[in-house]
Design a protein around this ligand. Structure first.
Ligand code: SAM
Ligand code: SF4
Length: 378
């Protein structure tokens, strides 16, 4: 994940490079439930509206939570499926908050309404991310449910009225790329705190439908638009955050953009981006799925590292006898092709290994989602 806002802020007001903070444990994205009321075209968890047998019990979830806390995990992102369909979502959330985790809820928003908004507000979530993949019909078609857009927008408004920090999550594909500017306008009119541009990753239905991924040229246009919007927002004195995920080439593209628009700050930005270091799957990002299986990130559901029913997460996470984990934790990673020789490897860290794996069968091949030209990486 790349936080665009602080880096563009650095171009306007540079601050000294500080020693990098090293969190002890990773951020954990936890798919508490796989059931979902929607059936989105790109969904990595291949969720549907049915029960999935063998999901972790709430007691087991608490045991795992204790291990995560002791291991130094700072953030829990409660996800799914649709996490609001979990029967114990509020008690689980409350316990996580009481234990001092930063707790985020990752929801499609359609189940947030006047009846439960107070309960959601009372949880004190540090952040609620609501997915919106376009305006009106575009979103409904993407999410395969008529009325989904209206319901999610209503959720956005209810959260705003209840002072819950929210963000929109938008997955960019050919189906919705022309609506990207409208999404940024929506952010402004609804005064939303945060915007997360999620590049398509090749997991689950997202892999099956990977032909819908945007062409590299579309990605470049969207990223330039995002940088400009972020810059204008900062210049207007607003505090909105812009973030991207699933394509760490964004850091390198930002550097090239800065070279053009802020040449005197480019070296400074480069140092800051190298400190960020790009992709951190298997290092600072972890995933536990609904059955308790641990993965290097949410898009590696076809790759099991072990199950929290058998071994504590802390043990599984540190076990580098697994070849994928060993490679992900290596610095630099054992990359091949264009990624191995990339001049900016220190910034992007080799980008998204799942895409390389899904397209070529080898996790260490170059990432087909890297949209930089050969000139930009050599
Ligand atoms: C799996 S959903 C679970 C939470 C909730 N049901 C929702 O849709 O927001 C979490 C996030 O991952 C995004 N997502 C799902 N599959 C993806 C893929 N293949 N590539 C990129 N993002 C994806 C969704 O759009 C959503 O924002
Ligand atoms: S992306 Fe979210 S809302 Fe869509 S099917 Fe998957 S879990 Fe459900």
């Amino acid at each position: 994940m790349l936080r665009i806002t602080p880096y563009i802020q650095e171009l306007l007001n540079p601050t000294p490079l500080k020693p990098a903070r090293k969190p002890k444990g990773p951020v954990v994205i936890w798919n508490l439930i796989r059931r979902c009321n929607l059936m989105c075209k790109h969904c990595y968890s291949i969720s549907v509206d049915t029960d999935f047998p063998g999901e972790l019990s709430t007691d087991k979830i608490y045991t795992v939570m204790d291990d995560l806390k002791a291991f130094g995990v700072p953030v829990l992102i409660l996800s799914g499926g649709e996490p609001l369909m979990h029967k114990d979502i509020y008690t689980i959330s409350q316990r996580a908050k009481d234990m001092g985790f930063y707790v985020a809820l990752s929801t499609n928003g359609t189940l947030i309404n006047a009846d439960n908004i107070q309960q959601i507000a009372d949880m004190g979530y540090d952040y609620v991310g609501i997915s919106l993949d376009g305006i009106g019909k575009t979103h409904d078609q993407f999410r395969r449910q008529e009325g989904a857009f209206d319901a999610s927008l209503e959720a956005v408004r209810l959260c705003r009225q209840n002072n819950i920090k929210i963000g929109l999550r938008f997955t960019l594909t050919q189906d919705n790329q022309e609506q990207f500017p409208k999404m940024l306008e929506l952010l402004e009119t609804e005064e939303i705190d945060k915007f997360y541009l999620s590049h398509l990753n090749y997991g689950g239905r997202g892999n099956k439908n990977r032909k819908d991924d945007v062409y590299h040229q579309m990605t470049r246009q969207a990223m330039e638009k995002l940088f400009e919007t972020c810059l204008n927002t900062l210049r207007a004195g607003k505090t909105r955050e812009f973030v991207t995920g699933n394509n760490d080439a964004d850091g390198v593209f930002l550097l090239h953009w800065a070279k053009k628009h802020f040449p005197e700050q480019a070296a400074h930005l480069q140092a800051k981006l190298e400190q960020w270091g790009g992709n951190s799957s298997g290092v600072n990002i972890a995933n536990i799925d609904n059955l308790g299986t641990v993965h290097p990130d949410t898009f590696w559901w076809n790759y099991d590292l072990g199950n929290v029913q058998d071994r504590p997460f802390s043990e599984i996470w540190q076990d580098t006898s697994d070849p994928l984990m060993a490679g992900l934790k290596q610095n630099p990673r054992p990359l091949k092709g264009r990624c191995a020789s990339c001049k900016y490897l220190k910034i992007c860290g080799g980008n998204t290994r799942v895409r390389a794996y899904q397209v070529t069968g080898d996790a260490w091949n170059e990432d087909p989602g890297c949209y930089l030209s050969d000139e930009e990486v050599t």
